[in-house]
Design a protein. Structure first.
Lengths: 187, 216
């Protein structure tokens, strides 16, 4: 009986192994290039995330890379913190801009997402991301449905509450962790 | 060889059939999701078309090669596994070499896995015919699909942005000096423009076919 199952399914098993190996090879070959593309994307976004920033200098804090945003003369302008987490459909990777004291969020950029087209993927739109700029980084943000009024409130994308909550959750966690772990004293 | 001679339509019939007479978008009404979703620019339409063509060609060739081994009740599983593998490869290649395009198309490249054009060709042609026929079929259907996407995108990009391949080649079709309402139709960039354009082009296609049949 057992042999019968193998006779039925051997092709599927063999193909799955072969395809797995092929994908591993493709990933090994293209992975560094994709990582480089993402790094370039990250670096090119730093001036839009932190006001006055010209470029970013990578720093390792608590085993994670963050970018110290500096202006043309090399003076500190703020921070850019990469973060990621589970969204509605797939992982969401994003960048958070913070001011020098890490007290205020200055910008948000979505590096990668596979949210539902037309609903969840609207978290990438500038109008929605703009709702984060100017928010305090001292207390966690909350998602509200309908019009956001109070401080610390972010209006959810209509029809995409889960995606909105995911982004806000990733931001809250990353900001809190960065505030705990960032170098003491001066930026 | 003789028993293989009549294994269905010839490679040429398969290739030409996919272009117009059995066009996936206009005749089979398959793959409509990407036809609506990524056709507001020519770049998006072309990238999607070529990615789908690549997946279709590789899947058809592989399925045709292993067709004597296929078990009827496991064939759909094998098709899906094959298609998913080539889609993942296409997705990674785009992320490596056309990063902006890959970001713009977002989940639509992974969603080629569920594009029914591909599984339909595996079932109709590749699992039954020789590898050369299967490859010709994939080329015809893939080019037909690309053609379908590009005709819709042509209408939408010209009316929506006034350009054709605006991002890659910067060709302006409607001069920038022309009155703004000649182009810049926001509705054409947004989803309703896709439905309107597809509906109208389908109507034109059907009218032309009917006329041709009447004449014959």
């Amino acid at each position: 009986m057992k042999r019968n199952y193998i006779q039925q399914a051997w092709l599927v098993i063999v193909l799955a192994c072969l395809f797995g190996a092929a994908l591993a090879a493709v990933h090994a070959g293209l992975g560094p290039r994709i990582a480089q593309n993402r790094l370039n994307d990250t670096l090119s976004q730093i001036p839009t995330l932190v006001e006055g920033a010209a470029r970013g200098e990578p720093l390792e804090i608590g085993g994670r890379i963050v970018y110290r945003a500096v202006d043309g003369e090399g003076a500190a302008a703020g921070w850019v913190v990469p973060a990621g987490g589970q969204g509605f459909a797939d992982r969401i990777e994003l960048l958070i801009g913070l001011d020098r004291e890490a007290a205020q969020i200055t910008g948000l950029y979505i590096l990668q997402q596979n949210e539902t087209p037309g609903l969840g993927n609207r978290v990438t739109e500038p109008e929605w991301r703009a709702r984060f700029a100017g928010q305090s980084a001292l207390a966690p943000l909350t998602v509200v449905k309908g019009r956001a009024g109070g401080a610390g409130e972010v209006e959810a994308v209509t029809g995409a509450t889960v995606s909105s909550q995911s982004v806000v959750g990733i931001v809250n966690e990353a900001v809190a962790r960065f505030r705990r772990e960032r170098p003491e004293g001066a930026p | 060889m003789s028993e293989r001679k009549n294994d269905g339509p010839t490679p040429m019939e398969r290739f030409l059939g996919g272009l117009i007479p059995e066009n996936p978008v206009y005749r089979q009404i398959l793959g409509i999701c990407p036809s609506l979703a990524v056709t507001n620019t020519m770049e998006g339409a072309l990238t999607m078309g070529v990615a789908a063509l690549f997946v279709l060609l590789c899947s058809n060739i592989l399925i045709s090669l292993i067709r004597p081994l296929l078990k009827p009740h496991l064939r759909i599983l094998v098709f899906t596994l094959t298609i998913a593998t080539f889609v993942t490869i296409a997705d990674r290649v785009l992320a490596a070499y056309l990063y902006d395009m890959s970001k713009q198309l977002g989940p639509y490249i992974p969603l080629i896995i569920v594009n029914c054009v591909i599984i339909a060709r595996c079932e109709i042609c590749a699992s039954k015919q020789r590898v050369f026929t299967a490859a010709a079929d994939a080329l015809g259907q893939g080019l037909g699909f690309t053609l379908g996407l590009m005709t819709i995108a042509t209408v939408r990009e010209i009316l929506g942005f006034g350009t054709w391949f605006g991002k890659w080649l910067g060709w302006r079709v409607i001069p920038a000096t022309a009155p703004a309402h000649w182009s810049n139709w926001v509705i054409m960039i947004l989803p309703p423009g896709a439905f309107l354009t597809l509906g109208l082009l389908l109507g034109v296609f059907n009218a032309l076919t009917a006329k041709k049949e009447k004449a014959a």
